[in-house]
Design a protein around this ligand. Sequence first.
Ligand code: AGP
Length: 590
Amino acid sequence: MCGVIGYTGKQPAADVLLDGLTRLEYRGYDSAGVATVFNGDLHLKKGVGKLEEVERDCCISRLPGTTGIGHVRWATHGGVTVTNAHPHLDCLKFIAIAHNGIIYNYQQLRRKLSAKHEMVSETDTEVVAHLIEEYMLPGVPLEQAVARAVKEIQGTYALVVASTVEPQTIVATRKGSPLVVGIGKGENFVSSDFQAFLPHTRKVLFLDDEEMAVITPGKVNIHSAYGKKVFRGSVTLDIELAVREKNGFDFFMLKEIFDQPQAIISATKQEKEALQKAANLVNSSRSVVFTACGSSRYASLIGRYMFSKIAHRFSDVIISSEFGYFGDAVDEQTLVIALSQSGETADVIQGIKEAQSRGAKVLSIVNTIGSTLARMSDCTLYLNCGAEFAVAATKSFLSELVVLYLLSFSVAGRLEEAETELVKISALLDENLRLNNDAVPKAANMLSKYDKFYYIARGINFAVAGEASLKLKEVAYVHSEGMSAGELKHGTLALVENGTPVIAIAPCDGTRDDILSNVSEVKARGAYIIGVSDKPDKLFDMYIEIPRVNEYFYPLVSIVPLQLFAFHSAIARSLDPDRPRNLAKSVTVT
Ligand code: AGP
Protein backbone atom coordinates (compact mmCIF):
# COMPACT_ATOMS: atom_id res chain seq x y z
CA MET A 1 0.00 0.00 0.00
CA CYS A 2 1.56 3.21 -1.01
CA GLY A 3 1.07 6.25 -3.22
CA VAL A 4 3.06 6.99 -6.37
CA ILE A 5 3.42 10.10 -8.49
CA GLY A 6 5.38 11.14 -11.58
CA TYR A 7 5.84 14.51 -13.29
CA THR A 8 7.54 15.84 -16.38
CA GLY A 9 7.23 19.41 -17.57
CA LYS A 10 8.63 22.84 -16.98
CA GLN A 11 8.10 23.40 -13.25
CA PRO A 12 10.59 22.32 -10.57
CA ALA A 13 9.59 18.65 -10.26
CA ALA A 14 10.37 18.45 -6.54
CA ASP A 15 7.75 21.12 -5.71
CA VAL A 16 5.05 19.46 -7.81
CA LEU A 17 5.86 15.98 -6.45
CA LEU A 18 6.08 17.08 -2.83
CA ASP A 19 2.78 18.91 -3.03
CA GLY A 20 1.18 15.88 -4.70
CA LEU A 21 2.56 13.54 -2.06
CA THR A 22 0.81 15.54 0.70
CA ARG A 23 -2.47 14.45 -0.93
CA LEU A 24 -1.32 10.83 -1.23
CA GLU A 25 -0.25 10.49 2.38
CA TYR A 26 -3.53 8.79 3.24
CA ARG A 27 -2.07 5.77 1.38
CA GLY A 28 0.95 5.50 3.68
CA TYR A 29 3.01 7.64 5.96
CA ASP A 30 5.87 5.55 7.32
CA SER A 31 8.45 6.86 4.84
CA ALA A 32 8.66 8.97 1.68
CA GLY A 33 11.02 9.84 -1.14
CA VAL A 34 11.51 11.61 -4.45
CA ALA A 35 13.96 11.07 -7.34
CA THR A 36 14.52 13.65 -10.07
CA VAL A 37 16.52 13.59 -13.29
CA PHE A 38 18.92 16.49 -13.82
CA ASN A 39 22.07 16.99 -15.88
CA GLY A 40 22.44 13.33 -16.73
CA ASP A 41 22.10 12.10 -13.12
CA LEU A 42 19.38 10.81 -10.83
CA HIS A 43 19.00 12.85 -7.63
CA LEU A 44 17.39 10.98 -4.77
CA LYS A 45 16.19 11.93 -1.31
CA LYS A 46 14.20 9.66 0.94
CA GLY A 47 13.62 9.19 4.62
CA VAL A 48 11.58 7.63 7.39
CA GLY A 49 8.54 9.25 8.98
CA LYS A 50 5.67 11.42 7.88
CA LEU A 51 6.21 13.51 4.77
CA GLU A 52 6.74 16.74 6.70
CA GLU A 53 9.42 15.01 8.81
CA VAL A 54 11.17 13.61 5.72
CA GLU A 55 11.11 17.07 4.09
CA ARG A 56 12.45 18.64 7.31
CA ASP A 57 15.29 16.09 7.52
CA CYS A 58 16.15 15.61 3.81
CA CYS A 59 14.97 18.81 2.04
CA ILE A 60 13.29 17.01 -0.86
CA SER A 61 12.18 20.42 -2.16
CA ARG A 62 15.79 21.25 -3.04
CA LEU A 63 16.10 18.46 -5.62
CA PRO A 64 16.87 19.90 -9.07
CA GLY A 65 15.19 19.12 -12.40
CA THR A 66 11.79 19.21 -14.04
CA THR A 67 11.17 15.44 -14.29
CA GLY A 68 10.83 13.04 -11.39
CA ILE A 69 8.89 10.47 -9.40
CA GLY A 70 7.77 10.31 -5.77
CA HIS A 71 6.40 7.85 -3.25
CA VAL A 72 4.77 7.58 0.16
CA ARG A 73 5.13 4.18 1.77
CA TRP A 74 3.17 1.80 3.96
CA ALA A 75 5.60 -1.04 4.49
CA THR A 76 4.68 -4.51 3.27
CA HIS A 77 8.07 -6.13 2.54
CA GLY A 78 10.98 -4.96 4.63
CA GLY A 79 10.97 -2.78 7.74
CA VAL A 80 10.50 0.95 7.93
CA THR A 81 14.03 2.10 7.06
CA VAL A 82 15.58 4.69 4.78
CA THR A 83 17.00 1.94 2.56
CA ASN A 84 13.60 0.32 2.15
CA ALA A 85 11.91 3.65 1.34
CA HIS A 86 11.16 4.30 -2.36
CA PRO A 87 12.24 5.28 -4.99
CA HIS A 88 14.59 2.36 -5.62
CA LEU A 89 17.49 2.43 -8.08
CA ASP A 90 19.30 -0.09 -10.26
CA CYS A 91 23.01 -0.91 -9.77
CA LEU A 92 24.23 1.77 -12.18
CA LYS A 93 21.85 4.37 -10.75
CA PHE A 94 20.26 5.38 -13.99
CA ILE A 95 16.79 3.96 -13.36
CA ALA A 96 14.48 5.01 -10.51
CA ILE A 97 11.19 3.33 -9.70
CA ALA A 98 8.33 3.85 -7.24
CA HIS A 99 5.77 1.11 -6.68
CA ASN A 100 2.37 0.50 -5.11
CA GLY A 101 1.41 -3.16 -4.81
CA ILE A 102 3.11 -6.46 -4.06
CA ILE A 103 5.48 -8.47 -6.27
CA TYR A 104 4.70 -12.04 -5.22
CA ASN A 105 7.61 -13.69 -7.07
CA TYR A 106 10.24 -11.20 -5.87
CA GLN A 107 12.32 -13.81 -4.05
CA GLN A 108 12.59 -15.94 -7.13
CA LEU A 109 13.53 -12.87 -9.23
CA ARG A 110 16.01 -11.79 -6.58
CA ARG A 111 17.72 -15.17 -6.71
CA LYS A 112 17.84 -15.00 -10.49
CA LEU A 113 19.35 -11.50 -10.53
CA SER A 114 21.64 -11.75 -7.51
CA ALA A 115 24.70 -13.06 -9.42
CA LYS A 116 24.87 -9.84 -11.45
CA HIS A 117 23.02 -7.29 -9.32
CA GLU A 118 23.50 -5.98 -5.83
CA MET A 119 20.24 -5.49 -3.95
CA VAL A 120 20.48 -3.07 -1.07
CA SER A 121 16.97 -3.17 0.36
CA GLU A 122 14.68 -5.90 1.71
CA THR A 123 11.78 -4.78 -0.46
CA ASP A 124 9.92 -6.68 -3.16
CA THR A 125 10.13 -3.55 -5.33
CA GLU A 126 13.87 -3.22 -5.77
CA VAL A 127 14.09 -6.31 -8.01
CA VAL A 128 12.01 -4.48 -10.61
CA ALA A 129 14.62 -1.71 -10.93
CA HIS A 130 17.30 -4.36 -11.55
CA LEU A 131 15.06 -6.28 -13.92
CA ILE A 132 14.55 -3.13 -16.02
CA GLU A 133 18.33 -2.60 -15.92
CA GLU A 134 18.75 -6.10 -17.36
CA TYR A 135 16.65 -5.19 -20.39
CA MET A 136 17.94 -1.63 -20.79
CA LEU A 137 20.46 -2.53 -23.49
CA PRO A 138 21.93 0.17 -25.76
CA GLY A 139 19.28 1.44 -28.15
CA VAL A 140 16.36 -0.13 -26.25
CA PRO A 141 13.77 2.50 -25.28
CA LEU A 142 12.85 2.73 -21.58
CA GLU A 143 9.23 1.72 -22.30
CA GLN A 144 10.40 -1.50 -23.94
CA ALA A 145 12.69 -2.39 -21.05
CA VAL A 146 9.85 -1.76 -18.59
CA ALA A 147 7.43 -3.81 -20.72
CA ARG A 148 9.82 -6.76 -20.75
CA ALA A 149 10.44 -6.50 -17.02
CA VAL A 150 6.77 -6.44 -16.04
CA LYS A 151 6.15 -9.58 -18.09
CA GLU A 152 8.23 -11.40 -15.48
CA ILE A 153 6.40 -9.96 -12.50
CA GLN A 154 3.65 -11.83 -10.69
CA GLY A 155 1.61 -9.66 -8.40
CA THR A 156 0.04 -6.23 -8.29
CA TYR A 157 1.66 -2.99 -9.25
CA ALA A 158 1.32 0.66 -10.08
CA LEU A 159 4.84 1.49 -11.22
CA VAL A 160 6.32 4.83 -12.19
CA VAL A 161 9.78 4.81 -13.73
CA ALA A 162 12.24 7.61 -14.54
CA SER A 163 15.67 7.26 -16.13
CA THR A 164 18.66 9.37 -17.12
CA VAL A 165 18.60 7.59 -20.49
CA GLU A 166 15.34 9.40 -21.38
CA PRO A 167 15.55 12.39 -19.07
CA GLN A 168 12.10 13.81 -19.88
CA THR A 169 10.12 10.56 -19.89
CA ILE A 170 8.06 8.87 -17.20
CA VAL A 171 6.91 5.33 -17.91
CA ALA A 172 3.92 4.20 -15.86
CA THR A 173 2.16 0.86 -15.82
CA ARG A 174 -0.36 -0.89 -13.62
CA LYS A 175 -1.97 -4.18 -12.68
CA GLY A 176 -4.38 -4.34 -9.77
CA SER A 177 -3.34 -0.95 -8.33
CA PRO A 178 -4.79 2.30 -9.67
CA LEU A 179 -2.98 4.82 -11.91
CA VAL A 180 -4.31 7.93 -13.56
CA VAL A 181 -2.55 10.26 -15.99
CA GLY A 182 -3.07 14.04 -15.80
CA ILE A 183 -2.82 16.00 -19.04
CA GLY A 184 -1.40 19.52 -18.70
CA LYS A 185 -0.08 22.14 -21.12
CA GLY A 186 3.58 21.35 -21.79
CA GLU A 187 3.57 19.16 -18.68
CA ASN A 188 2.03 15.84 -17.72
CA PHE A 189 1.42 13.91 -14.53
CA VAL A 190 0.69 10.41 -13.33
CA SER A 191 -0.40 9.24 -9.91
CA SER A 192 -2.29 6.69 -7.84
CA ASP A 193 -4.98 9.36 -7.30
CA PHE A 194 -5.86 12.40 -9.40
CA GLN A 195 -6.14 14.49 -6.21
CA ALA A 196 -2.33 14.53 -6.26
CA PHE A 197 -2.24 16.70 -9.40
CA LEU A 198 -5.69 18.32 -9.31
CA PRO A 199 -4.27 21.85 -8.67
CA HIS A 200 -2.57 21.56 -12.10
CA THR A 201 -5.09 19.80 -14.32
CA ARG A 202 -8.53 18.23 -14.32
CA LYS A 203 -8.03 16.49 -17.67
CA VAL A 204 -7.29 12.82 -16.99
CA LEU A 205 -6.84 9.41 -18.57
CA PHE A 206 -7.50 6.38 -16.38
CA LEU A 207 -5.18 3.48 -17.13
CA ASP A 208 -6.60 -0.06 -17.21
CA ASP A 209 -4.80 -3.14 -15.96
CA GLU A 210 -1.64 -4.05 -17.88
CA GLU A 211 -1.63 -0.79 -19.84
CA MET A 212 1.44 1.38 -20.04
CA ALA A 213 1.65 5.16 -20.40
CA VAL A 214 4.74 6.77 -21.88
CA ILE A 215 4.67 10.33 -20.68
CA THR A 216 6.75 13.27 -21.91
CA PRO A 217 6.02 16.99 -21.37
CA GLY A 218 4.20 17.25 -24.71
CA LYS A 219 2.68 13.80 -25.19
CA VAL A 220 1.08 10.78 -23.53
CA ASN A 221 1.03 7.47 -25.40
CA ILE A 222 -0.81 4.45 -24.05
CA HIS A 223 -0.07 0.86 -25.02
CA SER A 224 -1.73 -2.41 -24.12
CA ALA A 225 0.19 -5.36 -22.64
CA TYR A 226 0.75 -6.57 -26.19
CA GLY A 227 2.34 -3.29 -27.29
CA LYS A 228 -0.75 -2.18 -29.24
CA LYS A 229 -1.50 1.56 -29.18
CA VAL A 230 -4.59 2.34 -27.11
CA PHE A 231 -6.75 5.28 -28.29
CA ARG A 232 -8.59 6.70 -25.31
CA GLY A 233 -10.15 10.12 -24.95
CA SER A 234 -9.40 12.07 -21.79
CA VAL A 235 -12.15 13.03 -19.36
CA THR A 236 -12.40 16.36 -17.57
CA LEU A 237 -13.19 15.86 -13.92
CA ASP A 238 -15.85 17.99 -12.30
CA ILE A 239 -14.37 17.46 -8.86
CA GLU A 240 -13.26 19.87 -6.15
CA LEU A 241 -9.76 19.71 -4.73
CA ALA A 242 -10.02 18.18 -1.26
CA VAL A 243 -9.10 21.04 1.07
CA ARG A 244 -7.08 19.95 4.09
CA GLU A 245 -8.70 22.36 6.58
CA LYS A 246 -9.13 21.61 10.27
CA ASN A 247 -11.51 24.57 10.73
CA GLY A 248 -10.11 25.51 14.13
CA PHE A 249 -9.99 21.94 15.49
CA ASP A 250 -6.62 20.52 16.55
CA PHE A 251 -7.24 17.20 14.80
CA PHE A 252 -9.05 16.09 11.64
CA MET A 253 -10.74 13.28 13.55
CA LEU A 254 -12.43 15.72 15.95
CA LYS A 255 -13.40 18.05 13.11
CA GLU A 256 -14.88 15.14 11.19
CA ILE A 257 -16.85 13.96 14.25
CA PHE A 258 -18.32 17.45 14.52
CA ASP A 259 -19.02 17.54 10.75
CA GLN A 260 -21.55 14.75 11.21
CA PRO A 261 -24.82 16.65 11.69
CA GLN A 262 -24.12 18.33 8.34
CA ALA A 263 -22.93 15.03 6.82
CA ILE A 264 -26.37 13.54 7.54
CA ILE A 265 -28.02 16.34 5.57
CA SER A 266 -25.53 16.06 2.69
CA ALA A 267 -25.87 12.28 2.43
CA THR A 268 -29.66 12.59 2.50
CA LYS A 269 -29.48 14.71 -0.66
CA GLN A 270 -29.25 11.78 -3.06
CA GLU A 271 -30.01 12.08 -6.75
CA LYS A 272 -33.53 10.67 -6.94
CA GLU A 273 -32.83 8.83 -10.19
CA ALA A 274 -29.76 7.05 -8.85
CA LEU A 275 -31.59 6.06 -5.66
CA GLN A 276 -34.51 4.70 -7.69
CA LYS A 277 -32.11 2.79 -9.96
CA ALA A 278 -30.44 1.31 -6.87
CA ALA A 279 -33.80 0.32 -5.36
CA ASN A 280 -34.79 -1.30 -8.70
CA LEU A 281 -31.56 -3.30 -8.68
CA VAL A 282 -32.42 -4.60 -5.21
CA ASN A 283 -36.00 -5.41 -6.21
CA SER A 284 -34.98 -7.23 -9.38
CA SER A 285 -32.28 -9.37 -7.76
CA ARG A 286 -32.82 -12.79 -6.27
CA SER A 287 -30.23 -12.32 -3.53
CA VAL A 288 -28.37 -9.37 -2.02
CA VAL A 289 -24.86 -9.59 -0.61
CA PHE A 290 -23.04 -6.72 1.05
CA THR A 291 -19.27 -6.64 0.92
CA ALA A 292 -16.87 -4.23 2.64
CA CYS A 293 -13.98 -3.97 5.12
CA GLY A 294 -13.48 -2.35 8.52
CA SER A 295 -15.95 0.38 9.39
CA SER A 296 -17.72 0.01 6.05
CA ARG A 297 -18.39 -3.61 6.98
CA TYR A 298 -19.96 -2.56 10.28
CA ALA A 299 -22.15 -0.15 8.30
CA SER A 300 -23.10 -3.08 6.03
CA LEU A 301 -24.20 -5.13 9.06
CA ILE A 302 -26.60 -2.33 9.96
CA GLY A 303 -27.71 -2.28 6.30
CA ARG A 304 -28.47 -5.99 6.49
CA TYR A 305 -30.64 -5.37 9.54
CA MET A 306 -32.48 -2.50 7.80
CA PHE A 307 -33.02 -4.56 4.67
CA SER A 308 -34.70 -7.20 6.82
CA LYS A 309 -36.74 -4.83 9.01
CA ILE A 310 -37.81 -2.25 6.45
CA ALA A 311 -37.41 -3.81 3.00
CA HIS A 312 -38.25 -7.36 4.19
CA ARG A 313 -35.28 -8.65 2.17
CA PHE A 314 -32.92 -11.23 3.52
CA SER A 315 -29.29 -10.34 2.73
CA ASP A 316 -25.84 -11.32 3.90
CA VAL A 317 -22.55 -9.53 4.58
CA ILE A 318 -19.26 -11.03 3.36
CA ILE A 319 -15.96 -9.49 4.47
CA SER A 320 -14.33 -8.51 1.17
CA SER A 321 -11.11 -10.38 1.84
CA GLU A 322 -13.23 -13.54 2.35
CA PHE A 323 -15.27 -13.06 -0.80
CA GLY A 324 -13.11 -15.35 -2.93
CA TYR A 325 -13.51 -18.20 -0.43
CA PHE A 326 -17.18 -17.67 0.26
CA GLY A 327 -18.92 -16.20 -2.77
CA ASP A 328 -19.74 -19.51 -4.51
CA ALA A 329 -23.48 -18.91 -4.60
CA VAL A 330 -23.07 -15.52 -6.29
CA ASP A 331 -24.49 -15.53 -9.84
CA GLU A 332 -26.18 -13.23 -12.39
CA GLN A 333 -29.26 -13.01 -10.13
CA THR A 334 -27.19 -11.59 -7.29
CA LEU A 335 -26.79 -7.94 -6.42
CA VAL A 336 -23.55 -7.19 -4.60
CA ILE A 337 -23.62 -3.95 -2.61
CA ALA A 338 -20.05 -2.77 -2.00
CA LEU A 339 -19.41 -0.08 0.61
CA SER A 340 -16.17 1.86 0.69
CA GLN A 341 -15.23 5.36 1.73
CA SER A 342 -12.20 5.45 -0.52
CA GLY A 343 -13.48 3.27 -3.35
CA GLU A 344 -9.89 2.03 -3.61
CA THR A 345 -9.73 -0.72 -0.97
CA ALA A 346 -7.99 -3.59 -2.77
CA ASP A 347 -9.92 -6.33 -0.95
CA VAL A 348 -13.24 -4.77 -1.97
CA ILE A 349 -12.14 -4.34 -5.58
CA GLN A 350 -10.92 -7.93 -5.73
CA GLY A 351 -14.23 -9.16 -4.24
CA ILE A 352 -16.18 -7.15 -6.81
CA LYS A 353 -14.11 -8.54 -9.68
CA GLU A 354 -14.87 -12.02 -8.41
CA ALA A 355 -18.61 -11.20 -8.21
CA GLN A 356 -18.63 -9.65 -11.69
CA SER A 357 -16.88 -12.68 -13.13
CA ARG A 358 -19.87 -14.69 -11.85
CA GLY A 359 -22.27 -12.31 -13.57
CA ALA A 360 -23.44 -10.38 -10.50
CA LYS A 361 -24.55 -6.74 -10.68
CA VAL A 362 -22.73 -4.25 -8.47
CA LEU A 363 -24.18 -1.32 -6.58
CA SER A 364 -21.51 0.69 -4.80
CA ILE A 365 -21.84 3.17 -1.96
CA VAL A 366 -18.68 5.30 -1.96
CA ASN A 367 -17.38 8.69 -0.97
CA THR A 368 -14.67 9.29 -3.55
CA ILE A 369 -15.98 10.40 -6.91
CA GLY A 370 -14.08 8.83 -9.81
CA SER A 371 -12.66 6.07 -7.59
CA THR A 372 -11.93 2.61 -9.03
CA LEU A 373 -14.94 1.04 -7.30
CA ALA A 374 -17.32 3.73 -8.57
CA ARG A 375 -16.03 3.26 -12.11
CA MET A 376 -16.50 -0.52 -11.92
CA SER A 377 -20.09 -0.45 -10.66
CA ASP A 378 -23.44 -0.70 -12.44
CA CYS A 379 -24.81 1.98 -10.14
CA THR A 380 -23.18 4.22 -7.50
CA LEU A 381 -24.61 6.17 -4.59
CA TYR A 382 -22.27 8.79 -3.15
CA LEU A 383 -21.83 9.70 0.50
CA ASN A 384 -21.40 13.44 -0.27
CA CYS A 385 -19.58 13.99 3.04
CA GLY A 386 -16.46 15.63 1.60
CA ALA A 387 -12.91 14.34 1.99
CA GLU A 388 -12.19 12.47 5.22
CA PHE A 389 -8.57 12.91 6.26
CA ALA A 390 -8.32 11.17 9.64
CA VAL A 391 -7.46 7.50 9.24
CA ALA A 392 -10.38 6.54 11.47
CA ALA A 393 -13.66 6.60 9.61
CA THR A 394 -16.26 8.77 11.37
CA LYS A 395 -18.40 10.93 9.09
CA SER A 396 -18.05 8.44 6.24
CA PHE A 397 -19.40 5.66 8.48
CA LEU A 398 -22.39 7.80 9.45
CA SER A 399 -22.98 8.80 5.82
CA GLU A 400 -22.89 5.15 4.76
CA LEU A 401 -25.63 4.49 7.32
CA VAL A 402 -27.70 7.37 5.95
CA VAL A 403 -27.46 5.99 2.40
CA LEU A 404 -28.39 2.52 3.65
CA TYR A 405 -31.46 3.94 5.47
CA LEU A 406 -32.50 5.78 2.30
CA LEU A 407 -32.00 2.67 0.20
CA SER A 408 -33.93 0.34 2.53
CA PHE A 409 -36.84 2.77 2.80
CA SER A 410 -36.76 3.32 -1.01
CA VAL A 411 -36.97 -0.41 -1.62
CA ALA A 412 -40.05 -0.41 0.61
CA GLY A 413 -41.47 2.67 -1.19
CA ARG A 414 -41.24 4.75 2.01
CA LEU A 415 -38.37 7.10 1.19
CA GLU A 416 -40.00 10.24 2.60
CA GLU A 417 -40.29 8.70 6.08
CA ALA A 418 -36.52 8.21 6.18
CA GLU A 419 -35.79 11.69 4.85
CA THR A 420 -37.97 13.34 7.49
CA GLU A 421 -36.42 11.31 10.30
CA LEU A 422 -32.84 12.00 9.12
CA VAL A 423 -33.35 15.77 9.10
CA LYS A 424 -34.67 15.58 12.70
CA ILE A 425 -31.70 13.44 13.74
CA SER A 426 -29.19 15.88 12.31
CA ALA A 427 -30.47 18.63 14.65
CA LEU A 428 -30.62 16.28 17.67
CA LEU A 429 -27.08 15.10 17.03
CA ASP A 430 -25.79 18.65 16.84
CA GLU A 431 -27.23 19.33 20.30
CA ASN A 432 -25.97 16.03 21.69
CA LEU A 433 -22.42 16.63 20.42
CA ARG A 434 -22.28 19.88 22.38
CA LEU A 435 -23.55 18.10 25.50
CA ASN A 436 -21.05 15.26 25.21
CA ASN A 437 -18.14 17.48 24.27
CA ASP A 438 -17.74 18.12 28.01
CA ALA A 439 -18.81 14.82 29.52
CA VAL A 440 -17.03 12.37 27.21
CA PRO A 441 -13.45 13.74 27.55
CA LYS A 442 -13.88 13.45 31.35
CA ALA A 443 -15.01 9.83 30.97
CA ALA A 444 -12.08 9.05 28.64
CA ASN A 445 -9.61 10.56 31.10
CA MET A 446 -11.08 8.72 34.03
CA LEU A 447 -10.89 5.39 32.19
CA SER A 448 -7.47 5.96 30.61
CA LYS A 449 -5.75 3.56 33.04
CA TYR A 450 -7.69 0.56 31.69
CA ASP A 451 -6.23 -1.56 28.91
CA LYS A 452 -9.24 -3.67 27.93
CA PHE A 453 -12.81 -2.68 27.18
CA TYR A 454 -15.94 -4.58 26.17
CA TYR A 455 -18.72 -3.02 24.11
CA ILE A 456 -22.02 -4.86 24.25
CA ALA A 457 -25.26 -4.37 22.32
CA ARG A 458 -28.08 -6.26 20.66
CA GLY A 459 -30.08 -6.14 17.44
CA ILE A 460 -29.35 -3.23 15.15
CA ASN A 461 -26.95 -1.78 17.75
CA PHE A 462 -24.70 -4.87 17.70
CA ALA A 463 -22.66 -3.49 14.79
CA VAL A 464 -22.28 -0.19 16.67
CA ALA A 465 -20.51 -2.11 19.44
CA GLY A 466 -18.09 -3.50 16.84
CA GLU A 467 -17.49 -0.15 15.20
CA ALA A 468 -16.98 1.64 18.54
CA SER A 469 -14.50 -1.04 19.59
CA LEU A 470 -12.63 -0.71 16.27
CA LYS A 471 -12.32 3.05 16.85
CA LEU A 472 -10.81 2.53 20.30
CA LYS A 473 -8.28 -0.05 19.08
CA GLU A 474 -7.36 2.01 16.06
CA VAL A 475 -6.66 5.38 17.66
CA ALA A 476 -6.02 4.66 21.37
CA TYR A 477 -4.21 1.30 20.91
CA VAL A 478 -6.44 -0.26 23.57
CA HIS A 479 -7.58 -3.84 23.32
CA SER A 480 -11.34 -4.03 23.08
CA GLU A 481 -14.09 -6.25 21.84
CA GLY A 482 -17.49 -5.34 20.47
CA MET A 483 -19.96 -8.11 20.87
CA SER A 484 -23.53 -9.25 20.93
CA ALA A 485 -24.55 -9.00 24.59
CA GLY A 486 -26.30 -12.38 24.40
CA GLU A 487 -22.97 -14.03 23.57
CA LEU A 488 -21.28 -12.88 26.81
CA LYS A 489 -22.36 -15.85 28.87
CA HIS A 490 -21.08 -18.22 26.19
CA GLY A 491 -17.45 -17.51 27.01
CA THR A 492 -16.31 -13.89 27.22
CA LEU A 493 -17.83 -13.47 30.67
CA ALA A 494 -14.83 -15.40 32.01
CA LEU A 495 -12.70 -12.33 31.27
CA VAL A 496 -14.79 -9.92 33.31
CA GLU A 497 -13.19 -9.04 36.64
CA ASN A 498 -13.58 -6.41 39.28
CA GLY A 499 -13.53 -3.01 37.55
CA THR A 500 -13.51 -4.26 33.92
CA PRO A 501 -15.09 -1.45 31.85
CA VAL A 502 -18.13 -2.63 29.90
CA ILE A 503 -19.80 -0.13 27.60
CA ALA A 504 -23.44 -1.08 27.12
CA ILE A 505 -25.38 0.42 24.22
CA ALA A 506 -28.86 0.33 25.69
CA PRO A 507 -31.29 2.69 23.96
CA CYS A 508 -35.03 2.61 24.52
CA ASP A 509 -35.77 0.26 21.65
CA GLY A 510 -36.76 -3.38 21.51
CA THR A 511 -33.34 -4.45 22.85
CA ARG A 512 -33.45 -2.46 26.11
CA ASP A 513 -34.80 -5.07 28.56
CA ASP A 514 -32.58 -7.86 27.26
CA ILE A 515 -29.47 -5.76 27.30
CA LEU A 516 -30.14 -4.56 30.85
CA SER A 517 -30.40 -8.13 31.93
CA ASN A 518 -26.94 -8.82 30.39
CA VAL A 519 -25.66 -5.70 32.13
CA SER A 520 -26.83 -7.16 35.46
CA GLU A 521 -24.87 -10.33 34.70
CA VAL A 522 -21.58 -8.52 34.11
CA LYS A 523 -22.17 -6.11 36.97
CA ALA A 524 -22.63 -9.08 39.31
CA ARG A 525 -19.06 -10.07 38.32
CA GLY A 526 -17.67 -6.64 39.23
CA ALA A 527 -17.79 -4.87 35.82
CA TYR A 528 -17.82 -1.08 35.71
CA ILE A 529 -20.79 -0.16 33.48
CA ILE A 530 -20.82 2.75 31.10
CA GLY A 531 -24.38 3.03 29.79
CA VAL A 532 -24.97 4.71 26.41
CA SER A 533 -28.64 5.47 26.34
CA ASP A 534 -31.50 7.95 26.17
CA LYS A 535 -32.65 6.79 29.61
CA PRO A 536 -30.51 6.41 32.74
CA ASP A 537 -30.62 3.24 34.79
CA LYS A 538 -29.42 2.40 38.27
CA LEU A 539 -27.19 -0.30 36.81
CA PHE A 540 -25.03 2.30 35.06
CA ASP A 541 -21.91 3.49 36.92
CA MET A 542 -21.43 6.12 34.24
CA TYR A 543 -24.03 7.48 31.83
CA ILE A 544 -23.42 8.80 28.31
CA GLU A 545 -26.58 10.42 27.01
CA ILE A 546 -27.89 10.07 23.47
CA PRO A 547 -31.07 11.62 22.02
CA ARG A 548 -34.34 9.70 21.71
CA VAL A 549 -35.05 8.77 18.09
CA ASN A 550 -37.14 6.32 16.08
CA GLU A 551 -36.02 2.82 17.09
CA TYR A 552 -34.34 1.96 13.76
CA PHE A 553 -32.17 5.06 13.79
CA TYR A 554 -30.33 4.62 17.12
CA PRO A 555 -27.02 3.58 15.46
CA LEU A 556 -26.70 7.10 14.04
CA VAL A 557 -26.79 8.70 17.46
CA SER A 558 -25.13 6.02 19.61
CA ILE A 559 -21.90 5.72 17.60
CA VAL A 560 -21.08 9.43 17.82
CA PRO A 561 -20.29 9.77 21.57
CA LEU A 562 -18.30 6.53 21.24
CA GLN A 563 -16.22 8.04 18.42
CA LEU A 564 -15.63 10.98 20.78
CA PHE A 565 -14.70 8.54 23.53
CA ALA A 566 -12.08 6.85 21.29
CA PHE A 567 -10.71 10.23 20.20
CA HIS A 568 -10.31 11.48 23.78
CA SER A 569 -8.89 8.13 24.88
CA ALA A 570 -6.13 8.68 22.29
CA ILE A 571 -5.53 12.22 23.52
CA ALA A 572 -5.44 11.00 27.15
CA ARG A 573 -2.67 8.58 26.09
CA SER A 574 -0.74 11.32 24.19
CA LEU A 575 -1.34 9.66 20.80
CA ASP A 576 -1.98 11.21 17.38
CA PRO A 577 -5.53 10.06 16.53
CA ASP A 578 -5.25 11.31 12.92
CA ARG A 579 -2.40 9.04 11.89
CA PRO A 580 -2.29 5.91 14.08
CA ARG A 581 0.75 3.67 13.89
CA ASN A 582 0.85 0.84 11.31
CA LEU A 583 -2.29 2.01 9.50
CA ALA A 584 -3.17 3.96 6.36
CA LYS A 585 -6.41 5.60 5.30
CA SER A 586 -6.75 3.55 2.16
CA VAL A 587 -5.69 -0.10 2.14
CA THR A 588 -4.57 -0.73 -1.42
CA VAL A 589 -3.03 -4.18 -0.99
CA THR A 590 -4.87 -7.45 -0.46
C1 AGP B 1 -11.89 2.63 9.89
O1 AGP B 1 -11.73 3.51 10.94
C2 AGP B 1 -10.67 2.13 9.30
N1 AGP B 1 -9.73 3.13 9.00
C3 AGP B 1 -10.79 1.02 8.27
O2 AGP B 1 -11.35 -0.05 8.94
C4 AGP B 1 -11.64 1.31 7.00
O3 AGP B 1 -12.97 1.44 7.32
C5 AGP B 1 -11.40 0.14 6.01
O4 AGP B 1 -10.06 0.07 5.67
C6 AGP B 1 -12.24 0.26 4.77
O5 AGP B 1 -11.96 1.42 4.05
P1 AGP B 1 -12.91 1.90 2.89
O6 AGP B 1 -14.22 2.27 3.50
O7 AGP B 1 -12.21 3.07 2.27
O8 AGP B 1 -13.05 0.77 1.93
